[in-house]
Design a protein around this ligand. Structure first.
Ligand SMILES: N[C@@H](CCC(=O)NCCCC(=O)O)C(=O)O
Length: 256
């Protein structure tokens, strides 16, 4: 069934003596089972990447999480070892696609590293090791061997009334998981806050005046698609936006 194709930018990973282009399976499966779309992994290229060549051929953009961090030079900070690990090819590919997807109105769902890339791509900044900031909780991945335990929901968020996330969810204070050590610091001018943690960490944003679905979340809804209503609603809304794009917007853009 033609339900749309969604680009997922790969990370650069090294193992078994090779350099790999890799994306975590949980995002691939969430796109299929939660949004009903066909995922397409896009290689991370530090130079020579043409975002429009890819975006001309897809109906949405799903930006995955990653243990690596956006290089701070993208938001005017001199890099230290503590800002790493880095993945400059992922930075280049992901942020180029984010900027062009927003300009084109292509549906965009950005998760964890993805919301951070969204903020930086639109002119915002990030804070590093946020658990060390005054008044902040520890949002890092729990050091436990079991992956389900690491991705378990563990803190509430306050969804901002009247926003697009509130329209997607019926629960004003859903519980979410947390596996990050960075967070949004200066919010990009084109973003608005859609949800906050109790320690004021920004947990979700949307793009002001975006022609289409453009949502970023700091937690990992992809992990619990199929068992958690909050996760299901986010991916269902993204899938509906992708199908709308495929039926309504893509033919018009192709005719231009
Ligand atoms: N590196 C950034 C973004 C965190 C992120 O995307 N986490 C997902 C990977 C979780 C894991 O398996 O470690 C940050 O730390 O803020």
């Amino acid at each position: 069934m033609q339900n749309g194709v969604v680009a997922i930018p790969a990370d650069i990973r090294e193992f078994e003596g090779y350099v790999w282009q890799a994306a975590p399976e949980q995002y691939v499966q969430a796109a299929i089972r939660g949004s009903g779309v066909q995922p397409l992994i896009v290689p991370a290229l530090e130079v020579g990447f043409d975002a429009d060549q890819v975006l001309d051929r897809v109906d949405g953009l799903l930006i995955s999480g990653s243990r690596t961090n956006v290089h701070p030079s993208h938001y005017g900070i001199k890099a230290t070892e503590g800002h790493g690990p880095f993945d400059p090819a992922r930075d280049a590919t992901s942020m180029a696609m984010i900027r062009r997807a927003i300009e084109r109105g292509l549906p965009l769902l950005a998760i964890c590293r993805g919301i951070q890339e969204l903020n930086v791509a639109l002119g915002g900044t990030l804070a590093n090791e946020i658990q060390e900031l005054p008044g902040r909780s520890d949002h890092r991945k729990p050091e436990v061997p079991d992956r389900d335990e690491a991705f378990a929901v563990r803190h509430p968020i306050a969804v901002q009334p009247g926003g697009c996330l509130a329209a997607i969810l019926e629960d004003e204070k859903p519980m979410v998981n947390s596996l990050h050590r960075q967070g949004i610091s200066d919010l990009a001018p084109r973003l608005t806050v859609e949800a906050l943690a109790e320690d004021e960490t920004i947990e979700a944003v949307s793009v002001i005046d975006a022609p289409g679905f453009a949502l970023g979340v700091q937690w990992h809804p992809e992990y619990w698609v199929g068992t958690d209503p909050t996760s299901d609603k986010i991916f269902q809304a993204f899938g509906a936006a992708v199908r709308r794009w495929r039926l309504e917007a893509r033919p018009m853009q192709a005719a231009e």
